[in-house]
Ligand binder design. Structure first.
Ligand SMILES: NC(=O)c1ccc[n+]([C@@H]2O[C@H](COP(=O)([O-])OP(=O)(O)OC[C@H]3O[C@@H](n4cnc5c(N)ncnc54)[C@H](OP(=O)(O)O)[C@@H]3O)[C@@H](O)[C@H]2O)c1
Length: 400
């Protein structure tokens, strides 16, 4: 996985060199990409002992005793990667809290899991991550249950699917051939929306709601870790597409929210996923300052056909998926990295890292910027506090 960094430095070096040397380096880069692609396709195990073909069940086998005594909040559990992650955690004995905007779907998830694992303890609570009020309400309801909290697993997306050959080639270069393509520039470019709090919808749902939720639950997590002696874990599900965003993130957010530039769904999605990575980095620092026995990491789950394409079913989507079929994961495989980071004993004390295919990987240069992580955190505090001050009546404001 550290090959990402090697590739990047080789690519930079290549641009500085005379033609002959450049060719040699370019050919080395191609060889590494081919090797990494082959490793991905055959599912060769990395240093963790797992690889792209590992499943959630396999990676949690060694963590069964830890998982039996934990309480986990898993967002996005009504479908796709979140649903499988919740299923695996329940299978290993974890108590689950499933927040959902679609309560019927969440109850169905709960029923499915309870049928497969009788005795599974699952609580469903309402939560719409695009609304700060809903996030605050969820936290109040959750805290009123007086449950411990050991694991926060964020697998909620608001995103879309790209069918774009430029995107494909760019992604495969950066990620050793494991193709991820999201966004349909066409449809999503018409899908501009702002939340009730006045923030661009994709950024608010994928990142800001999650930022607020974490912030409001941090003391509970630290307290649980202190009382139980079990290290708490926060897992942000991001995407390798975060590497596509470069530039001034907050300035761009301002432009896009204010409709001062044409809406670009791909770029906003990449920005929201970059914010997920920066969030885990900054959280790590703040958790250390709090002396909380809690870690925060982020995960690229790999590419899998999930509910994300539900709006785009049809011939073109089918064709794109069939062309990429060798590069796609199954849902149990896509849940492996989230489960690995959430539970594996080998990750005790590991924080602020980025994982793909159950192994540590390198996020983009922007995602490694300490300055950017702090800037994003401070801006997020302002954005979520602005709502508190402006939208809540004085009495409620005093309570939170
Ligand atoms: N699939 C991939 O290829 C892929 C690749 C890279 C990264 N990821 C990441 O993996 C994560 C899971 O993706 P997936 O493929 O499993 O997606 P999915 O099948 O579409 O599931 C999305 C989940 O998020 C929930 N959700 C969406 N908006 C919400 C909101 N406003 N409030 C509360 N819940 C909301 C959905 O609930 P409803 O039932 O209410 O819709 C659903 O449970 C995402 O973070 C995504 O960015 C996926």
């Amino acid at each position: 996985m550290m090959k990402d960094r090697l590739l990047l430095s080789m690519a930079v070096e290549a641009t500085l060199l005379p033609q002959g040397n450049r060719r040699r380096i370019e050919s080395n880069i191609k060889q590494i990409i081919m090797l990494e692609t082959v490793k991905y396709l055959i599912g060769s195990a990395g240093t963790s002992g797992f690889g792209s073909k590992s499943t959630g069940e396999e990676v949690t086998a060694a963590a069964a005793s830890r998982l039996r005594s934990i309480t986990a909040i898993v967002t996005g559990a009504t479908s796709g990667i979140g649903a499988e992650t919740a299923r695996v955690l329940a299978m290993r004995g974890a108590r689950l809290v499933l927040p959902a905007r679609n309560l019927k779907a969440a109850e169905e998830t709960k029923m499915r899991i309870a049928t497969e694992f009788p005795g599974a303890e699952i609580v469903v609570l309402p939560l719409d991550l695009s609304s700060f009020a809903s996030v605050r309400c969820f936290v109040s309801r959750f805290l009123a249950l007086r449950l411990p909290l050991n694991l926060l697993m964020y697998a909620f997306p608001r995103y879309f699917f790209i069918i774009n050959s430029y995107a494909l080639s760019r992604y495969s270069l950066l990620n050793r051939g494991s193709v991820s393509n999201r966004n349909n520039a066409g449809k999503f470019s018409h899908d501009y929306a702002v939340t009730e709090d006045g923030v661009e919808m994709t950024f608010a749902t994928n990142y800001l709601g999650h930022f607020l939720l974490t912030k409001l639950l941090l003391n509970k997590m630290a307290e649980t870790a202190r009382e139980t002696g079990i290290q708490g874990r926060i897992v942000n599900v991001t995407s390798a597409i975060h590497t596509w965003f470069s530039g001034d993130s907050l300035h761009y957010l301002d432009l896009i929210t204010g409709q001062k530039v044409p809406y670009d769904g791909t770029r906003v999605y990449a920005l929201s996923k970059l914010a997920n990575v920066l969030h885990a980095m900054e959280l790590t620092l703040r958790l250390q300052q709090m002396e909380a026995n809690v870690t925060a990491n982020c995960v690229h789950p790999g590419i899998v056909r999930t509910g994300l394409t539900r709006d785009r079913e049809g011939l073109v989507t089918d064709l794109a998926f069939s062309l990429m079929s060798k590069l796609l994961k199954t849902i149990p495989q896509a849940a492996a990295t989230t489960c690995y980071v959430a539970a594996h004993p080998g990750l005790e004390g590991v924080s602020g890292k980025y994982y793909a295919d159950c192994n540590e990987a390198s996020p983009s240069t922007s995602a490694c910027s300490r300055e950017e992580a702090t800037r994003m955190w401070l801006a997020s505090e302002v954005m979520t506090a602005r709502f508190r001050l402006e939208a809540l009546p004085p009495s409620e404001e005093a309570e939170m």
